[in-house]
Ligand binder design. Structure first.
Ligand SMILES: Nc1ncnc2c1ncn2[C@@H]1O[C@H](COP(=O)(O)OP(=O)(O)O)[C@@H](O)[C@H]1O
Ligand SMILES: [Mg+2]
Length: 361
């Protein structure tokens, strides 16, 4: 019976997702569960009988904590600032140590509990980032509203001024500069508002190909005097999808504009639509949904790794007159439509942005 109970408890400990290490009164390992084996990077067969500090060599904070309990019998709980630096990987762990007592209350060893906090830390970082963005967003929206009114005033006054001096070419040139710069501030403000406004989708049936070809038609004339070819390849079997048409227009306009801005004289931009059959959004609870993919490809210079990393960060731009808000807005629109956006970039081939949207009709 004793035997069965023992193996039952050993099984309980082994099934534990957190690392459990049992030490004797001298601080040598008597038991170690699989989760602890993984954290230590040593099998329990090798660890058995060895001092704890030899197994976690170099992990000073952890060793100090364990040594304290081994020496005094005092428990140290929920120490969350320990970092394991095993096998080149840094793992944040939460650790508790407590004395192991026999049924008569005698101290016969130490129990070390270790919890891998990698996922928790990642989640915390994501929440912090979201918090920062949402309070920043509220601030930005307020600021943008405040700027719009005086901006309208400046714009109106400049236009009146232009009419006052029809013959003074120098003065008119200054005024044109003013109007152009006012227009630029206006774009930044509009983009900020788009990014900061809470997403409320005005859903309707959207003919993606019409949206795309309208944008292509307009952008063909907006290549800044360069010879840029824009080709479209549409899969005619794609039906109308349920989406917010003006947001999708904004989304693809931003992507196509970026592509045109990226290519030089003689550049080629390709806009392609295709159905991703049987593509499943494999988030838990998400049912399998067919998706439609739109690629915006260019044969520009591609992107350096540090650009790729910051692409979707608001205000990140490598352009002298860029706002750095275009792709942040794209990402917001795509996620509001429960889709995905990804990028593939290579200096020799150029850049492809792919937007995947659920094919809900
Ligand atoms: N098709 C592309 N090819 C190369 N770089 C790109 C492309 N699209 C975006 N980028 C890079 O991403 C940055 C951010 O883009 P975006 O958010 O639209 O802001 P903006 O266009 O105002 O700079 C750009 O400044 C550019 O460096
Ligand atoms: Mg842009």
């Amino acid at each position: 019976m004793g035997d069965t109970a023992e193996s039952y408890y050993a099984n309980v400990v082994d099934s534990f997702g957190d690392g459990v290490i049992v030490l004797d009164n001298a601080g040598a390992v008597t038991h170690m569960n699989p989760a602890a084996e993984e954290m230590a990077g040593v099998s329990r067969r090798l660890a058995k009988g060895k001092p704890f500090k030899d197994i976690f060599k170099g992990e000073d904070a952890l060793n100090e904590m364990v040594a304290k309990t081994v020496a005094t019998g005092m428990s140290v709980s929920d120490h969350e600032n320990i970092v394991l630096k095993r096998s080149g990987r840094i793992t944040p762990i939460g650790t508790s140590t407590s004395p192991l007592l026999s049924s008569s209350g005698e101290r016969i060893g130490t129990i070390v509990l270790m919890r891998d906090l990698t996922n928790v830390r990642e989640l915390e970082a994501a929440v912090r980032q979201a918090d920062r963005l949402s309070s920043l967003g509220a601030l930005a929206a307020g600021l943008a509203h405040e700027i719009k009114n005086p901006l309208g005033g400046i714009n109106g006054a400049a236009q009146l001024l232009e009419m006052e001096f029809p013959d003074n070419e120098d003065l008119r040139e200054y005024i044109r500069v003013m109007l152009k710069e006012v227009q630029r501030v206006n774009v930044i403000v509009e983009e900020l508002l788009a990014l900061a406004s809470p997403g409320r989708l005005k859903l309707g049936k959207v003919n993606l190909h019409r949206v795309l070809s309208d944008i292509v038609l307009l952008q063909k004339r907006a290549t800044g005097g360069r010879e840029v070819a824009i080709h479209q390849y549409f899969d005619p079997s794609i039906p109308a999808i349920l989406a917010d048409e003006s947001l999708l227009t904004q989304l693809f306009l931003n992507l196509i504009k970026n592509a045109i801005e990226a290519v030089g004289e003689g550049g080629v931009v390709k806009v392609t639509s295709r159905v991703l059959s049987d593509y499943a959004m494999n988030q838990i609870g998400e049912r399998r949904a067919r998706m439609v993919a739109i690629d915006v490809a260019d044969n520009g210079p591609g992107m350096a790794p540090d650009v790729l990393e910051n692409l979707f960060t608001p205000f990140f731009t490598t352009k002298s007159k860029g706002t750095g808000l275009g792709l942040a807005i794209c990402q917001k629109i795509v996620s509001e439509h429960r889709g995905m956006i990804k990028v593939d970039s290579d200096a020799s081939r150029g850049t492809v942005f792919t937007v995947m949207l659920p094919l809900i009709q």
